[in-house]
Design a protein around this ligand. Structure first.
Ligand code: PRP
Length: 190
C-alpha cells in the first residue's frame, strides 16, 4: 500500500468520528474528575482487549483534570470469535493486586447485552472496592439483556455490529481511530 490505510475501504458507514471521540473523552474526563475530586485517587480497570484505546485516551484526559489515576487491566471473554454475545464470561486475565477500599471505575469500550459488565461489577464488588462505577464509550440500548448501571456513557448507538477504536472483527480493525460498520462483503471474506 502506497499511502492511506487498508481499512477505510472495508467500512460501509462511519458511526462515530475520530473528532467526536476526542471531544467526548474530554467531556467524560471532566465529569469524572469533578465527581471524584474528593477522593485521593481513582483506579481505572480497563477491560481488554476492546477497551485498550479508550483506556489510554481516557486515562490521559483524566490525568489533566483529576487527582492521581491508577490503572489495572482485566481480560474477560464473552464473545469468543463470534459477533453475537453468548453470555458466557471467562476470566482470561485477573487483576494484579488488591482493590480493597479503592474507588474503581471500569473502563469499557461497549456495553452490548450488559452480561459482561453485570458479571464484572459483581466480581469487583466481591473484591471489596470502596465504590465501583462504569465509563463506557459505547452502549447499545436495544441490545441490553440485563439491567446494569452505567454512570458515564459516551455514545448510545443502534444495535449493529461496529468495529474500530479497540473493537474488532476477527481480531482486525482495532487500530482504526474511528468507529464504523463493515461492508457486508467483508464477512464473506473471512
Ligand atoms: C466485548 C466488549 C465488552 C463485551 C460487551 O468484548 O469489549 O467487554 O464484549 O458485550 P456484552 O455487553 O454483550 O457482554 P469481547 O468479548 O468481544 O472481547 P475483546 O474486547 O477482547 O474483543
Amino acid at each position: 500500500m502506497e499511502d492511506g490505510n487498508w481499512y477505510d475501504a472495508d467500512i460501509e458507514r462511519v458511526v462515530v468520528t475520530e473528532q467526536q471521540i476526542r471531544e467526548k473523552i474530554q467531556e467524560l474526563a471532566k465529569q469524572v474528575a469533578a465527581d471524584y475530586a474528593r477522593f485521593d485517587s481513582v483506579l481505572l480497570v480497563g477491560v481488554l482487549k476492546g477497551a485498550f484505546m479508550f483506556m489510554a485516551d481516557f486515562a490521559r484526559a483524566l490525568g489533566q483534570y483529576s487527582r492521581p489515576v491508577e490503572v489495572e487491566f482485566m481480560a474477560v471473554s464473552s464473545y469468543g470469535a463470534r459477533a453475537t454475545s453468548s453470555g458466557v464470561v471467562r476470566i482470561l486475565k485477573d487483576l494484579d493486586r488488591d482493590i480493597a477500599d479503592k474507588h474503581v471505575i471500569v473502563v469499557e469500550d461497549v456495553v452490548d447485552s450488559g452480561l459482561t459488565l453485570s458479571w464484572l461489577l459483581k466480581y469487583l464488588e466481591s473484591r471489596s472496592a470502596a465504590s465501583v462505577e462504569v465509563v463506557a464509550l459505547l452502549r447499545k440500548p436495544e441490545a441490553i439483556k440485563v439491567d446494569v448501571d452505567v454512570k458515564y456513557v459516551g455514545f448510545d448507538i443502534p444495535n449493529e455490529f461496529v468495529v474500530g477504536y479497540g473493537l474488532d472483527f476477527a481480531e482486525r480493525y482495532r487500530e482504526m481511530p474511528y468507529i464504523g460498520v463493515l461492508r457486508p462483503s467483508v464477512y464473506s471474506r473471512v
